[in-house]
Design a protein around this ligand. Sequence first.
Ligand SMILES: C[S@@+](CC[C@H](N)C(=O)[O-])C[C@H]1O[C@@H](n2cnc3c(N)ncnc32)[C@H](O)[C@@H]1O
Length: 292
Amino acid sequence: MAIPPPDAILQGAARILSGLLEARTGQILSEGRAWRMETALRPVLRAHNLRDIDDLAAQVVRRRNARLEEDVVNALLNNESSFFRDLQVFDMIHRQILPRIQEDRQEERTLRIWSAGCSTGQEAYSLAIRLRNEAARWSGWRIEILATDISSAAIEQARSGIFSQMDVQRGLGVGDLIKWFEPHGEEWRANAELRRMIEFRQDNLFDPRAPSGEFDLLLCRNVLLYFTAERRQAVLHLLARHSHAGSVLLLGAGETMIGQGDDFAPHADFRGGYAPKALASNNADRAMRGVG
Ligand SMILES: C[S@@+](CC[C@H](N)C(=O)[O-])C[C@H]1O[C@@H](n2cnc3c(N)ncnc32)[C@H](O)[C@@H]1O
């Protein structure tokens, strides 16, 4: 039997492993990550005592080791995140979106936020920090922050609240670091008060169990990028089902809703934000009532 050249073997293994990622998460491996596949999988090879990625792909094909499959998926997911990523978005949340929600929900006094595809939690912690820094304004309110991600490793880290020096240097101001984090060996840990504000859950946007009810603010940033158009629509549909007329959806910079179905429309008031289609009439109502 002719032995295929190394390139062909690599392509075969890479295809199997990226196929596993897509089947489990819907994510299509970006070209850049496909290049770095071997590096990303090195810790998995070591942990499972495997020779190389061909060996790994062969194990995956046999489908006998659920832990191995989960480790591969975790290693191949792009978990890139940072505190206050795209600062202007957090400024808009703080200065415009939250005041509007607060006005709308004056009677219920509840604020529900869903960070969908939260990775290691920086987005949710950034929101919690802004809310805690304005504790007086939210006194008497019930605030829920749900943060979900398919990666068990990312959720575990998010829940621990432990971040490296490099992580905290990316986006977190010194004042917030000192106020909300404690030294934890060489690293930093979000303090208990901050951790208590967020419920982290492992969940798949295509097989969701976690969310229940409606959210006032939904963030699904830098998640849809590597889904097919069909899957993107399915996620937007899910987010719409957990929205009400006054909800605001935020996607990542560079992610657009154009051609992504009928669930959301660009928000009339919040640049880059989206509103469930029903909000159009709600906004007209507000305008007629002179509510700004
Ligand atoms: C690039 S990170 C974005 C993190 C954060 N939202 C931000 O913008 O900083 C994308 C996240 O989406 C998660 N993800 C990918 N597919 C998913 C799925 N099917 N269900 C839930 N989360 C998923 C990945 O695990 C990853 O943590």
